[in-house]
Design a protein around this ligand. Structure first.
Ligand SMILES: [Zn+2]
Ligand SMILES: [Zn+2]
Length: 368
């Protein structure tokens, strides 16, 4: 079957509403031009999206993004237009697109580092595989352009709702990967430091990997109860007791096999090193600012055989397909993490709520 040059689907011109970054604590709903579809692209009409902690870093100017950029990187939607080179999809297909959109063919993609994909289009840049709402326009909008669409659109099974899928694009893929990358073995012990959205998904990931004891650490009661729901066997409120001492007590004095860092502070990173047994693994998800120091004593002066590894969200359509299968077969249910719902028109209120962490907010769902 041949596809007309220039792709299929209605060629629209005009404007759409989108959340645009304009500098410190200024993300506003603007009228923007509709995205254009290149031969390897698709245009997706967004049906549900959310706000990520990383978007808040952009909003606060803690992570640099060009002013004028449409933000957001967690989309569920419907294919509106397909580039001429994209095959195997139909206009109207429901799709999930990961936060990271690897090209599939560059050095990094071919070296099993798809998240670090650095294909031509953007020229080389840090964490190149994260394009949406970073190096190209994002998804907190009525429509967005999917780059390398052939590699990045996962069709959504009919029985799954948008809300069941939207958190898979980033936080579930990221959180679960902390346990996967650490190669948690069945019967091992895992402690997850911080139970925000990503830490909660890391807790679910530790359970999925077969850990026998999963310990969730935070200070907010709502998050500790969600932690239990996501698979923690024991939760520790670090304002009640020293979490490292508690972890040691729970593991016969040794420390856990794997400690997952899910906040991005010196304190939690250090606690992870202290809470890990010799030969164990610190699996770090946090995005750090300033300087990160390794205290030598708990690191056993560099000869304790402790591993430290970091992970950026795995993306691509096959990753998204497998995550959706976990939901479809009842192994993963993140629905209670969506605590608030907004229209795209109220996105500024959503940022205000999410960034201030008021009203027990965990994740917000945004409907264009
Ligand atoms: Zn994110
Ligand atoms: Zn690539």
């Amino acid at each position: 079957m041949s596809r007309p040059i220039g792709g299929t689907g209605p060629e629209r011109s005009g404007t759409m509403r989108a959340a645009v970054f304009h500098g410190r604590e200024k993300i506003t709903l603007d009228e923007c031009p509709l995205p254009e579809c290149g031969p390897n692209d698709a245009i997706v009409k967004v049906t549900l999206t959310t706000i990520c902690g990383t978007d808040v870093h952009i909003w606060r100017e803690e992570y640099p993004v060009a002013p004028g950029r449409i933000v957001g990187h967690e989309p569920v939607g419907v294919i509106e237009r397909l580039g001429a080179a994209v095959t195997g999809y139909e206009i109207g297909d429901r799709v999930l697109v990961g936060a990271i959109t690897p090209c599939g063919s560059c050095f990094y993609c071919q070296s099993h580092s798809e998240s670090q994909c650095s294909a031509h289009e953007d020229s080389w840049q840090m964490i190149g595989g994260w394009r949406l709402g970073n190096s190209i326009d994002g998804v907190q909008a009525e429509y967005f352009r999917v780059p390398y669409a052939q590699a990045n659109m996962a069709k959504i099974p009919d029985e799954l709702s948008d809300e069941q899928c939207v958190l898979l694009a980033d936080i579930a893929s990221t959180g679960i990967s902390a346990a996967e990358r650490a190669q948690v073995e069945i019967g091992q012990t895992v402690a997850v430091f911080a139970q925000g959205p990503i830490g909660l998904c890391a807790t679910a990931g530790a359970r999925l990997m077969g850990a026998s004891l999963v310990i969730g650490i935070d200070s907010i009661e709502g998050r500790l109860s969600l932690s239990r729901e996501m698979g923690a066997d024991v939760v520790i409120d670090y304002t009640d007791q020293d979490p490292v001492a508690a972890v040691k007590r729970l593991t016969g004095g040794k420390g856990v096999d794997v400690a997952i860092e899910a906040l991005g502070t010196q304190q939690t990173f250090q606690s992870c090193i202290e809470a890990t047994r010799p030969g164990g693994t610190v699996s770090s998800l946090g995005v750090y600012g300033g300087k990160l120091e390794i205290p030598v004593e708990p690191f056993v002066y560099g000869i304790g055989d402790k591993n430290i590894l970091t992970t950026l969200c795995p993306g691509g359509k096959e990753r998204m397909r497998r995550l959706m299968e976990l939901v479809r077969h009842g192994r993963l249910d993140l629905s209670s993490m969506i605590t608030h719902r907004f229209d795209l028109d109220s996105i500024e209120d959503a940022y205000e709520l999410f960034s201030s962490q008021r009203d027990g907010v965990v994740k917000v769902a945004i409907t264009p």
